[in-house]
Design a protein around this ligand. Structure first.
Ligand code: FAD
Ligand code: EGU
Length: 472
């Protein structure tokens, strides 16, 4: 018996993932209704909310390509970032390329991507977009939903064969899942907040810093990062603990903080503008969410941030959410749109990978906070870079697998674990060889009476170093 094909799909949330998912399901022939809390952003002068631009890499591009808007968004609008540019405290900069084969990531405007996807969705005769519709409640098993029309205040009830929750990190659809047995959920707020500032274009309309880079000001517990915009301005995101944000209450305190930590950024942003923007903004929180499963029966599923919100320290939130759409599409192909089989298969396949990138992003947050100054960590990084040069293709740094391949995230971690083991083993062998060589030198010194003390010191030093290397 051929599986019954669902006819109607309700996508809740017309953000970056919901709009793409609506296009994907329309392409499969479903009757799609897309519901969005906000009004149509294409008609708004100013769109409030977070992160003006984002780093787009291959996973996101694959999703865009599947609905035919990759070239419009990435090639025509995106700004290539070929390398990071690191700003030191003394104002010097150094650039570290992303890839020796010239692969790069792209800075894209959130609003632009969202608008292109909305317009693409509208191109399908089988998509209807309902703006000003806020999901208030839903029955996950029946596919019934109640919305408030925020323009008229009226309540709207509706149902669909399949309900797809793409309603972001504070998802209401997920909230309904939380009430059910066997639904696992874990969330974590980090102590850091973020605030977006702006480096305007120069008076003659140029970029104030070299474009085609992701600029980073790493400062241990604080960090600033800047991505280029189409209009030649930069969006600068300042990351630091809420506690520190709280201590900057006057223009003097703010300027002295910047003078101490980001002196080269003051003239770029401009004193007045820095003070103005900082005090008219509030630092925003960052949340990390893991849950499972992503589906209920054959009627509901959550995707994007609703299923796996992550801290932004890998530039993968949107990329992962768009890859969700690609993965569900593959699974629907595989099961001939039989949702009873496809939805559980999607949860099972996607959960380990989504949790892997949620972990990686959190690990990166901890790493940049605590490890950037650790000599052992830096040595490990150097060795990693060296191996990727002498073993091209066969030894890829973790960020390369995550950013420039579609290797499942969990497999990126597994590969990294294997690499760590190899590095540990190699360094032990190297350690033992060093001990042997130095011991020989020391013994020779012992035979010469004049060098006896130096020989004993050397032996002592070598044995201590060896035991440290062995332990970890
Ligand atoms: P959202 O974009 O949040 O969309 C959810 C939509 O649902 C919204 O339109 C909302 O209005 C709507 N909605 C919510 N509730 C309801 C309701 N009850 N009823 C109806 N509609 C509702 N990712 C990257 O890949 N690269 C980056 O460089 C990057 N940088 C980031 C920097 C920062 C500071 C932050 C915070 C995030 C960053 N991300 C990045 C992550 C990225 O922003 C998210 O992963 C992405 O926006 C998720 O898309 P989404 O569609 O799942 O959710
Ligand atoms: C954070 C906030 C640099 C946009 C991780 C790199 C990010 C982005 C990095 C934000 C970093 C950190 C990587 C990319 C990217 C780096 C990456 C982080 C985009 C390991 C708008 N991160 N981000 N790693 O390699 O793989 O350049 O807000 F500072 S893109 Cl924290 Cl590749």
């Amino acid at each position: 018996m051929a599986p019954k094909k669902a006819k109607t799909v309700a996508v809740v949330g017309a953000g970056l993932v919901g709009t793409l998912e609506a296009c994907m399901m329309a392409k499969r022939g479903y009757e799609v209704h897309l519901y969005e809390y906000r009004q149509d952003i294409r008609q708004m002068e100013h769109v409030p909310g977070r992160s003006i631009n984002l780093a787009m890499s291959v996973r996101g591009r694959t999703g865009l390509g599947a609905v035919g808007v990759e070239e419009q968004i990435v090639q025509r609008h995106g700004i290539a970032m070929k390398a990071r540019m690191i700003h030191s405290l003394d104002g010097t900069t150094k650039s570290i390329p992303y890839n020796r084969e010239g692969k790069c990531i792209f800075s894209v405007g959130r609003r632009f991507v969202n608008e292109v996807l909305l317009t693409r969705a509208e191109d399908f005769p089988n998509v209807t977009i309902h703006f000003n519709h806020k999901l208030e409640a839903c029955d996950l098993e029946r596919g019934e939903m109640t919305f408030t029309n925020t323009a008229t205040g009226e309540r709207v009830s509706t149902r669909a064969d399949l309900m797809i929750g793409c309603d972001g990190a504070y998802s209401n659809v997920r909230k309904q899942m939380l009430k059910r047995a066997h639904f696992n959920y874990k969330q974590e707020y980090i102590p850091h907040g973020y605030m977006e500032l702006c480096i305007p274009a120069t008076p003659d309309g140029e970029f104030a810093m070299p474009p085609n880079y992701l600029h980073i000001w790493p400062r241990g517990n604080y960090m600033m990062i800047a991505l280029p915009n189409q209009d030649r301005s930069w969006t600068v995101t300042l990351f630091m603990p809420f506690e520190i944000f709280g201590t900057l209450t006057t223009p003097e305190e703010l300027l002295s903080f910047f003078q101490t930590n980001y002196p080269d950024a003051i003239p770029l942003i401009g004193r007045e503008k820095l003070i103005n923007d900082f005090f008219s903004n509030k630092p925003l929180p960052m949340i990390s969410v893991k849950c499972s499963p992503y589906h209920v029966g054959n009627t509901s599923v959550i995707m994007g941030d609703a299923a796996h919100a992550m801290v932004p320290f890998y530039g993968q939130g949107m990329n992962c959410g768009m890859e969700d759409c690609v993965v569900l599409n593959e699974i629907l192909d595989q099961y001939g749109d039989d949702l009873t089989k496809a939805l559980p298969a999607y949860s099972k396949r996607r959960n380990p990978d989504a949790e892997a990138i949620v972990d990686l992003a959190m690990y990166n947050y901890v790493e940049m906070r605590d490890l950037v100054n650790s000599p052992f960590f830096l040595l490990r990084k150097k060795l990693d870079d060296f191996l990727s040069i002498i073993l091209p293709g066969r030894w890829q740094p973790l960020y390369t697998m995550v950013t420039f391949s579609r290797r499942p995230y969990s497999s990126c971690i597994a590969n990294k674990t294997w690499q760590d083991k190899v590095i540990m083993r190699v360094s032990r062998v190297a350690g033992v060889a060093c001990v042997a060589a130095l011991a020989r030198v020391a013994l020779q010194a012992v035979r010469e009476p004049a060098a006896q003390q130096a020989g004993r010191d050397a032996l002592m030093w070598v044995s201590q170093a060896a035991s440290r290397a062995w332990q970890g």
